[in-house]
Every structure is written in structure tokens, then in C-alpha cells.
Write a protein that binds this ligand. Structure first.
Ligand code: ADP
Length: 626
């Protein structure tokens, strides 16, 4: 019998499939099962209008079987079937629009992209088969037809027999190669796994004869193999069920099973959205961070389904980075099953879904914070860093969405509060939101700069996470109130009188201050100040980079050379100030020693290293031994 040629474009696609440009060969089964399910759907719809067509809903099914010896895998459906013409048109040509054209110099990725537009579909079966036989009988025809192809050089089609309407696809599975184990498609366990993984929620039962090893005779320890038809898929996805039909336990079991967590989720968000883009989603906020959450290995994303069929296991585009901890599934009929990753990213429907989902998660967190603060604080302790990171990531473009979800430790309340709560409690005359950063709450508490602000009974936000200060810097202000670091050299809590007074002291002692600065060249300024209560000295900063930020930069592998501009401030009311003035006049050598010791003290308090501790300890001994 004469071989018919595939349409030239189909031929090239076949070439690509046979040479497997797709790394994930497993998906062929999903494609064929999905076609089978569509064919049954079509039949069912026809039966709704065509009274002559008798369809028993309970008979509708997809059957899988395999034959190891003959290396065949067979998929049978009792759907609408195909006529001779349909077989030729559907399986002999790809892309009815005919616009699929591969250019000679296209890269592999570009080809994958184009294929994605038209769907890998039926042809994907050539990734695993060296011959495909399709026997089909349409509801519109008594005759059945047999279509057969061994790949790109064509197909044959001839009249045949088939007892019932439907389609039977026989794949002749390739021999194993060094690179790939094709035998797995002839293995009961593997096939079960594949169906569970990709086609669990197909609406019709996917049946296969399975073998159970059962004890026949207890005494003789004799076993026998019992064969039994099993339905491999669960058919109804939990996210498609109405909320009132799903118990908390159902949600929890589904979550723990699907996302391999030993713990129940903290929150479940189940929604069904109808509109421009319709979808159902089932989202979970875990109660603890996955073990790899803060590593490079962690992959964010939601499982994406198109009408019950899995398209992508982790669709990253559905979640912003700041909600990367969320797990779940999204199912939309508005997404094409065969869409490629690249095109999916461009899909307007997907963008809309992603936007809605972001909003839903945010709302859920906002109401958790409002209605169940304790729960929220637990959540925040686990994933708060991610939210703060979201505030400053992408040049702060999402900060307004997140600013009411971040919390900081309040010096006054001694617990986490939101910025909005801070602002509501601001005192008359207070025009800034004060914060201080350090390695721990205890360390910040003992910062000299904190004292003056606390004396005024202003609350201070204590920043102890490395991301905190970057987050605050990105926020810049809240409700028109600026954030001010208590260690900022420009911190301005003095009265006009006090300001005048200290200005004069600094002017009168400019020579002394210059001499100190020359002695410790890495500060940008030395000055007297009245912001310190009991401490003799402290380090403050000028400009945008604080000492704590510098520490973060210093810890990064690629040293960007970003340094804080530091100022050594000396408490004007402390006896040390008078001592310095006296030494400057009488004993320059001693004055220099004092300068170095005081500067080292200030660095120590700020948690910065001292360049030459041996020298400093020697100097201290010299001074105290006097
Ligand atoms: P797609 O499913 O994306 O249209 P395929 O290459 O998988 O692309 O299938 C091409 C067409 O062949 C389908 O649209 C359908 O009309 C027909 N077809 C495939 N499998 C079956 C089947 N089991 N029963 C009936 N028709 C089928």
C-alpha cells in the first residue's frame, strides 16, 4: 500500500519529536489521555442534542494496557472517534492554520516555542515510540480505519474493523538506549505513577488491569497473582469541589500529601473566580518554612492545571517573590493545555490570575493580622524576612502593597508592632519615626544614641534583621512621617538654644577636633554633641549608608566597597570632654592616646572591629597605670 506523506511542516515537527527536543518525554501519556478525555467529552455533548445517540455515562472510560513482550502500550477511549478524513486531517497534518513554518536557522528553543503555540499533542508519542497504530471508529460511520506511521517518512491508512465507536492507540515503545529507559512505559508501577502525577483529575476513569500479589496458602507460603481492573485517577480535584463539601481535614491531607509537608498548613485559601478569566485556586500558607526555603534550591511556584490537566508543576509567574512561600494549585479553562513556558509568561490570562492571587494572599494576611495577631506574629517570625525583602526588592515597586504587613520590634511595647501602629501613637511634636539597628535587642538597648530618644519618651523601632534597614530605607516614610535613624548624625532633637550652644562649642574647639580627626583618619568628622546622656562617645553616620548597612555589605562575597561615612561624637557634658581640652593644651602625646582609645570605644559600641587591638590595649594600660 502506498505511503502518504505528512504535510511538510508536520514532517519537520515529527523529526523534532523523534529526536526528542523535549526533555520530559513522560508528558506524551498526559497528551494522549487528555485527547481521549476530550473525545469522550465531545461524544457526551453530542448525546445531549442527538436523541438517537445512546450514551451510558457510566460506560465512558479510558483504558490503558501494556504488553511487555511485544513492547506495546495501548490507550483506548470510547469517545467520538474519527472518520477516515478526520484521521488524515488530524494526524496527517499539524496546525490546520498551516502557519507553522520552521526556518532553517532557528534555534532549538525557538522551535520549541513554535511547537508550543500549536501544541505538542499527539505527535509527542513519537518521542517514545518507533511505530504508532491508531484504530478509530467515528460515531458517524460504521467502518473503522487503521492509521499507521513509523515516523517522518509518512503514514498509511486502510479500512479495518472495530466493534465499538472510539479510538485505540497502540504505541510500539522504543528499545532502551544508554541514555533513556523506555521500559518504564511498559511497567505497571511507573504507568500508575504517571497517571497519578499528570492526569489524576481527568473527569473520566482511567482504568488499567493491575496485578496484586496475594497470599494463597498461609502454611505453604504460596502466593498467587490476582489481576484486577483498577481506576488509576481520583477524577475530582479537591479545588473543583464547592467549599462546603470539603472538610478541613480534606484540605490538610491534600496539602500534606501534595506538598510533602509533615505539618498542617497555617492557612487555606480556596477560591473560585468567574469573570474575564475564570479559575479555581487552592492556596496554602505553610506553618513553617520548608527546609530548603532560604537556599538557592528552593523553587517558588504554584501547580498550574488547565481544566484538570497538569500543565506545569511549579509555575513561578503565578507568585511574586515576596509570597514565594505559598503553595498551591491553580486551574483555569482559559489556558491552553499545550502552551509552552515562554508563551505562558506572555499570556494575559495568566497575568490576570497572578494579580488576583497576589491580592488574595495579601488580603488573607491583612485579615490574619487584624483578627488573629498571635497567629500573624507566628507567621511573620517565619516568613517576615521575605515580606521585608519584597518592600525593597525591584526598587521598592511593591512597597505600598506590603508596608502594612511588615512589623518591627517596638522599644516601648517590647514586642512587634506595625509602622501604622507606631505612627498612631506618635507624641505631639514628634515628627519622625525613630529606629535603631543592631545585632540584638539588648545591644540596641545599650546604644548611647538610643538614650536621648527614649528620654523624650519616643518609641523606637529596633531593627535586628539584616534586611530591616534596607526595608526602612525603601519605605522612606509612612503617612508623611520620615524614618530617622537614631544614629544619624543629623538627628535633631535639640532645642534652638541647645543647638546654638553646641555649635559654639564646636567652633571654639575646631583646632582640637581637627587634631583628633587627623589622628583617626577614617572618620569623616569629629564633633562635640549633647545627644549623649551617660556615654562619653558614639559613632554616628552622615549620608544614606548606616553602620549596620555597611556590615551587611561587608559580609557580601563581592565587596562593593560601600562604606558608611562615620562621625565620632563626644559627649560635651561628660568629664572626658574637659579632660580632652586640658590635654590638648598641655600634653599632645597623651591627647593622641586618648583620641585613639575613645575612637576604639565608639567602634566597639557600634559593633565594629578595631584595627589594632594590641595597640589599643597597650594604650589603655599606659593611661590607667599613670
Ligand atoms: P490537539 O489535541 O492539541 O488538537 P493533537 O495533535 O493531540 O492536537 O490532536 C489533533 C486532533 O486529533 C485533536 O484535535 C482531535 O480532533 C483528534 N484526536 C486526537 N486524539 C483523538 C482521540 N483519541 N479521539 C478522537 N479524536 C482525537
Amino acid at each position: 500500500m502506498a505511503k502518504k506523506e505528512f504535510q511538510s511542516e508536520s514532517k519537520r515537527l515529527l523529526d523534532l519529536m523523534i529526536n526528542s527536543i523535549y526533555t520530559n518525554k513522560d508528558i506524551f501519556l498526559r497528551e494522549l489521555i487528555s485527547n481521549a478525555s476530550d473525545a469522550i467529552d465531545k461524544l457526551y455533548y453530542r448525546s445531549l442534542t442527538d436523541k438517537k445517540l445512546k450514551v451510558d455515562k457510566d460506560d465512558l472510560a479510558i483504558n490503558l494496557s501494556f504488553d511487555k513482550d511485544n513492547r506495546t502500550l495501548t490507550i483506548i477511549d470510547n469517545g467520538i472517534g474519527m472518520t477516515k478524513e478526520e484521521l488524515e486531517e488530524n494526524l496527517g497534518t499539524i496546525a490546520k492554520s498551516g502557519s507553522l513554518s520552521f526556518k532553517e536557522n532557528m534555534t532549538k528553543d525557538e522551535k520549541i516555542d513554535i511547537i508550543g503555540q500549536f501544541g505538542v499533542g499527539f505527535y509527542s508519542a513519537f518521542m517514545v515510540s518507533d511505530k504508532i497504530t491508531v484504530l478509530s471508529r467515528s460515531i458517524d460511520n460504521e467502518d473503522a480505519y487503521l492509521w499507521e506511521s513509523e515516523g517522518a517518512d509518512g503514514y498509511t491508512i486502510k479500512k479495518s474493523k472495530m466493534d465499538e465507536r472510539g479510538t485505540k492507540i497502540i504505541l510500539h515503545i522504543k528499545e532502551n538506549t544508554d541514555e533513556f529507559d523506555y521500559d518504564k512505559y511498559l511497567d505497571e508501577y511507573e504507568l500508575k505513577q504517571l497517571v497519578k502525577k499528570y492526569s489524576d483529575y481527568i473527569r473520566f476513569p482511567i482504568k488499567m488491569e493491575c496485578t496484586h500479589h496475594e497470599l494463597k496458602d498461609e502454611k505453604k507460603k504460596e502466593y498467587e497473582d490476582i489481576k484486577e481492573i483498577e481506576t488509576l485517577n481520583s477524577m475530582v480535584p479537591i479545588w473543583k469541589k464547592p467549599k462546603n463539601e470539603v472538610s478541613n481535614e480534606d484540605y490538610e491531607n491534600f496539602y500534606m500529601d501534595k506538598f510533602n509537608d509533615y505539618d498542617k498548613p497555617l492557612k487555606v485559601i480556596h477560591s473560585s473566580v468567574e469573570g474575564m478569566t475564570s479559575y479555581k485556586s487552592l492556596l496554602f500558607i505553610p506553618s513553617h518554612a520548608p527546609y530548603d526555603y532560604y537556599t538557592q534550591e528552593y523553587e517558588k511556584g504554584l501547580s498550574l492545571y488547565s481544566n484538570g490537566v497538569l500543565i506545569m508543576e511549579k509555575c513561578a509567574d503565578l507568585l511574586p517573590d515576596y509570597f514565594s512561600f505559598v503553595k498551591g494549585v491553580v486551574d483555569s479553562e482559559d489556558l491552553s493545555l499545550n502552551i509552552s513556558r515562554e508563551l505562558l509568561q506572555e499570556s494575559q490570562s495568566l497575568k490576570l490570575i497572578a494579580k488576583n492571587i497576589e491580592g488574595k494572599i495579601r488580603k488573607e494576611l491583612e485579615s490574619m493580622l487584624k483578627d488573629n495577631r498571635e497567629e500573624y506574629i507566628n507567621f511573620f517570625k517565619t516568613f517576615g524576612v521575605q515580606l521585608k525583602y519584597g518592600v525593597y526588592n525591584n526598587f521598592g515597586q511593591d512597597k505600598d502593597k506590603l508596608k502594612d504587613l511588615v512589623m518591627f520590634y517596638s522599644s516601648k511595647h517590647e514586642k512587634l508592632i506595625t509602622v501604622s501602629e507606631y505612627v498612631k501613637e506618635m507624641k505631639d511634636g514628634q515628627d519622625a519615626i525613630y529606629y535603631a539597628s543592631g545585632a540584638s535587642i539588648a545591644k540596641i538597648n545599650s546604644l548611647p544614641q538610643v538614650e536621648q530618644v527614649r528620654d523624650k519618651e519616643y518609641d523606637i523601632l529596633y531593627l535586628t534583621d539584616y534586611v530591616d534597614e534596607f526595608c526602612i530605607t525603601a519605605l522612606q516614610e509612612y503617612d508623611g512621617k520620615k524614618f530617622v535613624n537614631v544614629s544619624d548624625g543629623n538627628l535633631d532633637l535639640d532645642t534652638e538654644e541647645e543647638k546654638e550652644e553646641i555649635k559654639k562649642t564646636n567652633e571654639d574647639n575646631s583646632d582640637l577636633l581637627k587634631a583628633m580627626k587627623d589622628e583617626i583618619s577614617d572618620v569623616s568628622d569629629v564633633r562635640f554633641s549633647n545627644k549623649l546622656k551617660s556615654h562619653p562617645v558614639c559613632l554616628t553616620t552622615k549620608g544614606d549608608v548606616s553602620i549596620e548597612m555597611q556590615k551587611v555589605f561587608d559580609a557580601m562575597p563581592n565587596d562593593m566597597g560601600i562604606k558608611a561615612e562615620t562621625v565620632l561624637e563626644i559627649n560635651e557634658k561628660h568629664p572626658i570632654a574637659a579632660k580632652l581640652k586640658k590635654l590638648y593644651k598641655k600634653d599632645k602625646d597623651e591627647f593622641k592616646k586618648y583620641t585613639k582609645i575613645l575612637y576604639s570605644e565608639a567602634r566597639m559600641i557600634a559593633g565594629l572591629p578595631i584595627d589594632d587591638p594590641t595597640e589599643i590595649s597597650k594604650l589603655i594600660c599606659e593611661v590607667i597605670a599613670k
